[in-house]
Design a protein around this ligand. Structure first.
Ligand code: 5GP
Ligand code: MN
Length: 344
């Protein structure tokens, strides 16, 4: 057991008031790892509150424990969130390691007196937490939560440690961050963790169906529109990109989350190495980048678009307007051309 976990365990021997929070626009790994960790901590007798900085997509509402999650930017839940953070003795930051990923919640967490800890797998962490369980090789934060709990509960059988709800939350995170076990971040540890979690009786096929095969018809129609009208491929740069304006999002009544995953379709085009999706929302442009092989979209996101993430999956944001952001993206492509063309 390493020193971080030993110190954390010593701290947790008395009941604590704990906040678990995750990055804005949380995906299944952010929410799944947070809810799994929160459930573990409340099972140990701590008072735990899960706070999301922003709203999340509809296909994640079924995650066990979601009905208790406070959304910081919702007017009706903002003051209660602040009160809970003020009273907290420990704030657990999951699936991010830069406070800017929390939007308005970042300042509140930064100023809180509680001890902060991070469980994360993103590159380039900031130094704001006392304890860091951080591993960029880990396929998902949910994988790190699983491994941390296994380390703490060494000697116990999995079925004594994890209940079905915890298993579902952690599985959802691992499954989505590995692209259903097909990305290059999949290791033997990933399959071993999942095999172990399945011993709780977890119905993995159901988790997959609830996340991927339960979209409203409007999402599929929106996807059809984007793929047929908005997907641009630049073969000379092995790049695909899509731009979605606020008007288009409004026209399709697209809520946060309905655009989730769309960027991946760019990579399905033959020879494409980088895919980018630009989304204009409330005057801000949110960019998603995906790549394959050696090409690092993290470099693109962190150098030019105030962002970061992983080598093959990153994001960033600008103040817009979206046309300027796209122009800038197009203008930097020649700089990356050699790297893009050399990917096997
Ligand atoms: P997505 O495109 O799904 O929003 O994000 C892809 C990956 O990049 C995720 O791991 C996410 O945490 C990270 N990411 C997305 N947006 C940002 C950002 O603005 N800053 C940083 N540092 N990472 C981001
Ligand atoms: Mn993650």
């Amino acid at each position: 057991m390493n020193q971080t976990i030993e110190e954390l365990l010593a701290f947790l021997t008395s009941p604590q008031k704990i906040i678990v929070t995750m990055h804005r626009d949380p995906d299944a790994d952010a929410l799944g790892s947070s809810l799994g960790w929160a459930r573990y901590l409340s099972g140990k007798g701590h008072e735990v509150t899960v706070i999301s900085p922003t709203d999340y997509s509809a296909n994640l509402k079924w995650l066990p424990g979601m009905d208790q999650v406070l959304v910081f930017e919702k007017p009706g839940q903002n003051s209660l969130s602040k009160k809970k953070i003020k009273e907290a003795t420990l704030i657990c930051c999951l699936d991010f390691s830069a406070l800017s990923r929390l939007k308005d919640l970042g300042k509140v967490v930064e100023q809180a007196e509680a001890i902060k800890m991070v469980i994360d797998h993103h590159l380039g962490p900031e130094d704001f937490a006392k304890w860091m369980i951080w591993d960029t090789v880990a396929a998902a934060t949910a994988q790190l939560v699983y491994e941390t709990i296994k380390t703490i509960e060494v000697g116990k059988d999995t079925t004594e440690i994890f209940d079905l709800d915890m298993a579902a939350c952690l599985y959802a995170g691992i499954m989505t961050d590995t692209g259903s076990f097909r990305h290059s971040n999949v290791t033997p540890q990933v399959h071993l963790a999942v095999a172990d979690l399945m011993r709780t009786g977890l119905d993995t096929s159901r988790v997959h169906r609830l996340i991927y095969d339960s979209a409203p018809l409007s999402r599929l129609q929106f996807l059809g529109y984007v793929l047929s009208q908005k997907l641009v491929v630049l073969p000379e740069y092995r790049t695909a990109y899509m731009v979605l304006t606020e008007d288009e999002l409004n026209k399709f009544n697209s809520s946060t989350g309905e655009t989730e995953g769309i960027v991946n379709y760019g990579l399905q085009v033959e020879n494409v190495v980088m895919s980018a999706l630009f989304i204009e929302r409330k005057g801000e442009v949110k960019i998603s980048f995906r790549s394959v092989g050696t090409f690092s979209v993290r470099d693109v996101a962190s150098t030019y678009f105030n962002g970061g993430g992983h080598k093959n999956a990153s994001g960033g944001k600008t103040d817009g307007p979206v046309t300027n952001t796209v122009d800038q993206f197009l203008s930097i492509l020649p700089e990356y051309q050699e790297q893009l063309l050399s990917v096997e």
